[in-house]
Write a protein that binds this ligand. Structure first.
Ligand code: ATP
Length: 268
């Protein structure tokens, strides 16, 4: 028994090399409803990986299983080298999960909140350096309720970085943000990846997925129905003979907005 377990562990370490996440035939039902229907995919180290799909496709269920927050019915999921179906608690120290800013206490300032989150991991954090990292250093003594929407999102990302996670999960990070704030956030995500972390991003914005993601999985009704680089997914569609009915305009209202209000990212 002991020998079998050890050889399984050896296999695991060999297979996980180069991959932040490996999912195989993952399944989860709620009663009769099959939310995740035998999906398989890999996320490479240092990739920004998109999980796309309509409401109810099974994205949140999938992500929460990978985060060790929900129990799967079957299959396999390895995250940062941990088998999350067997050891869901163990993965939590190795990942970062962006919480909604509304969940933060308001009796602490930003620096104090970061110190508190770090203490949950038994760590000390240079709160000012981390706030500088997300463009919020001058807000170190402010409360969350005084931040703009974009600042709240960046702060919530900073809280997910206190434990230096190998994999960062971002759940619709730019919903409700103005065009500049979205771009600020995209730049932040790219710079976090440049630090050597892997990002799993769920989003309903296809332009966001196209800009940020190295590869994206499209889910529908619990299944992965496509998985590739965004440009390849578009190429495959064109190869099938798809053409837009109207020619693309050279600029759109978002370009007007950015031109008038300043396209270059300044933290706000
Ligand atoms: P959205 O884009 O709206 O966030 P999603 O792709 O994240 O959707 P899930 O939240 O994973 O989808 O939901 C998948 C299916 O499972 C849906 O039909 C949903 O109603 C159902 N579901 C999710 N959580 C539960 C739960 N705790 N109990 C029962 N059904 C659930």
């Amino acid at each position: 028994m002991g020998i079998a377990t050890r050889s399984e562990d050896l296999d695991l370490s060999r297979q996980t090399e180069g991959f932040a996440i490996q999912v195989e035939d993952l399944r989860k039902s709620y009663g009769n409803l099959v939310a995740v229907d035998g999906i398989s995919f890999d996320v490479k180290d240092r990739e920004i990986f998109g999980l796309l799909g309509p409401n109810g496709a099974g994205k949140t269920t999938t992500v929460e299983i990978l985060e060790g927050l929900r129990q799967a019915d079957g299959g396999r999921a390895i995250v940062a080298g941990i088998n999350v179906l067997k050891e869901p608690q163990k993965v939590k120290g190795l990942i970062g999960v962006q919480l909604q800013a509304s969940a933060f206490f308001d009796f602490l300032n930003l620096a104090e909140l970061l110190e508190m989150f770090a203490s949950f991991y038994g760590r000390q954090v240079d709160a000012r350096a981390l706030l500088r990292r997300v463009g919020l250093e001058e807000k170190a003594n402010s409360r969350v309720k005084t931040l703009s929407g974009g600042q709240k999102q960046r702060f919530s990302i900073s809280t997910a970085l206190v434990n230096e996670p190998r994999v960062l999960f971002l759940d619709e990070p730019t919903t409700g943000l103005d065009p500049q704030a979205r771009r600020n956030l995209w730049e932040l995500a790219q710079s976090i990846r440049e630090d050597g972390r892997t990002i799993v991003l769920t989003t309903h914005y296809m332009d966001e997925a196209e800009t940020l993601c190295d590869r994206a999985a499209i889910m529908d009704r619990g299944k992965v129905i496509a998985l590739d680089a965004p440009a390849t997914l578009v190429q495959n569609l064109l190869a099938k003979g798809f053409r837009r009915r109207t020619a693309e305009r050279e600029a759109n209202l978002e370009d007007v907005f950015l031109d008038l209000t300043g396209a270059t990212a300044t933290w706000r």
